[in-house]
Write a protein that binds this ligand. Structure first.
Ligand SMILES: [Fe+2]
Length: 344
């Protein structure tokens, strides 16, 4: 251990009380000794209890049928979500909008995003209205287990199998060790060859066999060097699902105007696409401190921040890149129509 690492140890230990998940970047989280003593499954179990307590206080936010679907499956699917006229307007706006987006490449897939903050309503009124629909917001709060605003974006996934390499999102995985929410309001039909989202129903449930599996994966992650697994995004195999008594993933082929909200600490993946595809969706994400009692201030609800959280995060990210604190994995690219197949 280098002298700097020793000085950082108190901070690394404090990070145990946060959503920090990397077994590589944090020597406390990645300590083989502590993990032999069960550090990781203890964090998972405590985070789960905290999430259940927060959700219990938010039961009134969503209909009983959605609560039942979520507790059974780990996701909620709402078809014909928006009124038809608002949906049609959102689709037209999303396609024709010209902006300088951020893009990220993962193997054959490029993900393009722009924010849908309230201040963007002058140029994208229907998309912003859809992203801020109160039913959408309530589902995000309940599924993420945090009664806070989520980040909303217009997302375009452009996949081309000819670009080669493997898309890491197509391996069945969990995003992190605790409850959080991601949502997609699909702006077109998604068929079996369009790279649909897949989720293993019930894989968000943390029971004794799952905690034993988490313990095994944590020890593997301690010995691993650099994979997604070692960064705390554990991969699951078909054998793992069988051993945990879980069904195969459900592939979500959906009609346009379907909203899917999922807790991505359950097992999920993007199904590989055998042909070039371009998919558009209104996307939301919410991931907060898993050990929060849920009674603190929501910084995204502060009056000025509330109107522009995406822009503020963008500015912070740009500054962090300039200072060399983070790598620029989401570079901004030249202005283009959002439905342009040209990437980079
Ligand atoms: Fe994921």
């Amino acid at each position: 251990m280098r002298p700097l690492d020793v000085l950082r140890l108190p901070l690394d230990a404090l990070a145990l009380a946060s959503g920090a998940k990397s077994f590589v970047r944090n020597p406390v989280i990645g300590s083989r000794r502590l993990n032999e003593w069960g550090l990781h499954p203890r964090r998972v179990a405590l985070a789960e209890r905290m999430a259940a307590a927060r959700r219990a206080r938010m039961a009134h936010l969503i209909p009983a049928e959605d609560r039942d679907a979520f507790s059974r499956d780990g996701f909620v699917v709402k078809t014909d979500f928006l009124p038809a006229d608002l949906f049609a307007q959102a689709v037209a706006e999303a396609h024709a909008h010209v902006a300088a987006p951020r893009e990220m490449r993962q193997g054959p897939a490029v993900t393009r995003r722009i924010h849908l903050d309230r201040v963007d309503a002058d140029r994208l009124p229907a998309c912003v209205a859809a992203a801020h629909d109160p039913r959408f917001d309530a589902l995000m709060r309940y599924v993420s287990s945090h009664d806070v605003a989520s980040l909303r974006q217009l997302q375009i996934v452009i996949a081309d199998p000819d670009r080669g390499a493997v898309d890491p999102q197509t391996a069945l995985h969990l995003d992190t060790f605790h409850a959080n929410a991601k949502a997609w309001l699909f702006l077109q039909d998604v068929g079996p060859d369009d790279g649909p989202f897949a989720y293993v129903p019930g894989s968000h449930i943390i029971d004794a066999p799952r905690l034993a599996w988490e313990q095994e994966q944590a020890l593997k992650a301690c010995d691993d060097g650099k994979s997604y697994h070692a960064r705390g995004s554990f991969r699951a195999t078909a054998d793992d699902l069988a051993r945990l008594g879980l069904p195969p993933p459900r592939v979500m082929t959906v009609k346009a105007n379907t909203l899917v909200v999922a807790d991505t600490h359950g097992f999920h993946a993007r199904t590989p696409s055998p042909k070039p595809t371009l998919r558009m969706e209104i996307y939301a994400t919410s991931r907060r401190n898993p050990f929060s009692p849920g009674i603190g201030l929501d910084y995204m609800a502060l009056p000025w921040v509330r109107e522009r959280p995406g822009r503020l995060l963008d500015a912070a990210l740009d500054q962090a890149v300039r200072l060399g604190l983070v790598s620029n994995s989401w570079p901004r690219v030249a202005p283009r129509r959002m439905d342009s197949p040209d990437v980079g």
